[in-house]
Design a protein around this ligand. Structure first.
Ligand SMILES: C[S@@+](CC[C@H](N)C(=O)[O-])C[C@H]1O[C@@H](n2cnc3c(N)ncnc32)[C@H](O)[C@@H]1O
Length: 376
């Protein structure tokens, strides 16, 4: 399993066709653009001149939007590649796909609320830190509302299905920190522009929600440390307050590292005195059971062992798992993938966790990039 549109086993054209399938029903504009790119020798030639990790549809489309000021259609994209390819390549080399979708908090919250508060949160692959702000947002689960601490923050709307354990409130968060190869700064206008270019056109209110979440984060920015999930997690975990329940979580991140690095990461998290929540495409978390499904959902998994729910990749719905007769089809998804696997619950209740490591100063390349109060 790799990032859709960035599968090293596929040609660039095949990757763009796969991305078109994922965009179907979500972003007609990107579905059509990706399908057109797959048959366009000029654009495919340009992509071939870049390293494999820089050929992704999301990166190309966001970079084009960044330069053009609006989402490209195939005509404008061809003209951009024909006339301004050095500039386009420059943006694609300087930037990465760092979509930060605050609505993913709504799909993670029910799992988070099952842990004993207060919580100490570490998000690996936190981008700008918008998915660290659970307690600031309001939630609306089809009428089940939860108030947030910031009255101006967006309301995250998420349709619950199955026996989702919806909480009445967000658990107390004693401490939080993000870790990212390249933290984005919500107080930096260019970073904010890049974040908005990553939102797919035609996806309802995502752009408005992102703007409101950024405004909320600017009022009190979370700390996102520069570092690599492959090496720097234990040092950050050692900074968490010992009296809080440490939760390591990630969303749309692990697919960016190789399967071998995912296995090492899993071993590292299991060695920490932490609960582990992952919200990733099915099959990304090594060794985690994958219930049969069709479409492109995310799978919410606890401790790398227990699948809890299927979730919309952008937080629109959450389907809590109970009995799953046969293959499950993601709502709003075009079912082209089928990954059968047995549903093996090997719950982690009562599992003995290692003791919290001794706190040592957190010293990576590492200053908290986003400081409290900056940008107000
Ligand atoms: C698609 S974004 C997801 C952001 C956020 N988790 C969310 O759900 O909205 C993936 C993030 O993972 C980060 N990332 C990728 N590889 C990483 C690594 N090895 N260590 C730390 N962060 C990484 C990227 O820089 C990017 O910000």
């Amino acid at each position: 399993m790799w990032i859709r549109g960035h599968d090293p086993a596929l040609s660039v054209a095949e990757n763009y066709r796969a991305f078109a399938a994922e965009a179907r029903g979500r972003s007609p504009m990107y579905e059509s653009l990706a399908a057109s790119v797959a048959g366009d020798s000029l654009i495919l030639g340009f992509l071939d001149s870049l390293s494999a990790d820089k050929r992704q549809p999301n990166l190309l489309f966001a970079a084009a939007r960044y330069l053009l000021g609006a989402p490209a259609d195939i005509g404008r994209l061809r003209a951009l590649v024909g006339q301004r390819s050095p500039e386009l390549a420059q943006v694609m080399l300087a930037r990465r796909t760092q979509t930060n979708e605050p609505a993913r908090c709504a799909t993670l919250l029910p799992a988070l609320a099952q842990l004993p508060p207060p919580l100490a949160l570490i998000e690996v692959g936190a981008s700008a830190g918008l998915t660290l702000l659970f307690d600031r947002y309001c939630y609306d689960y089809a009428g089940h509302r939860i108030a947030g601490a910031d009255p101006l923050a967006p309301t995250l709307r998420c349709t619950p299905r199955g026996p989702a354990p919806l909480p009445d409130r967000v658990p107390a968060i004693a401490w939080r920190a993000g870790l990212d190869l390249n933290p984005l700064d919500v107080t930096d206008s260019d970073d904010v522009r890049w974040l908005s270019c990553l939102v797919w056109p035609g996806e309802g209110d995502r752009a408005r929600r992102l703007a409101a979440a950024i405004a909320c984060a600017r009022r009190d920015p979370p700390a996102v440390h520069r570092g690599d999930l492959r090496t720097d997690l234990p040092a950050l975990a050692a900074q968490a307050p010992a009296e809080a329940t440490l939760v390591v979580y990630h969303s749309a991140v692990l697919a960016y590292v190789t399967p071998q690095d995912r296995r090492r990461f899993a071993a590292t998290v299991r060695g920490l005195p932490a609960a582990w929540l992952s919200n990733e495409a099915p099959g990304v978390v090594p060794g985690a059971p994958v219930p049969a499904h069709q479409g492109f959902p995310f799978l919410l998994t606890r401790d790398g062992r227990t699948p809890l729910a299927f979730a919309d990749g952008h937080g629109a719905w959450l389907h809590w798992l109970a009995d799953l007769p046969g293959a499950w089809v993601a709502p709003n998804c075009h079912p082209v993938a089928h990954l059968p696997d047995s549903l093996r619950h090997s719950g982690s209740a009562g599992e003995k966790r290692p003791a919290r490591p001794r706190a040592v100063p957190f010293r990576m390349r590492s200053v908290p990039l986003l400081r409290s109060g900056a940008g107000n």
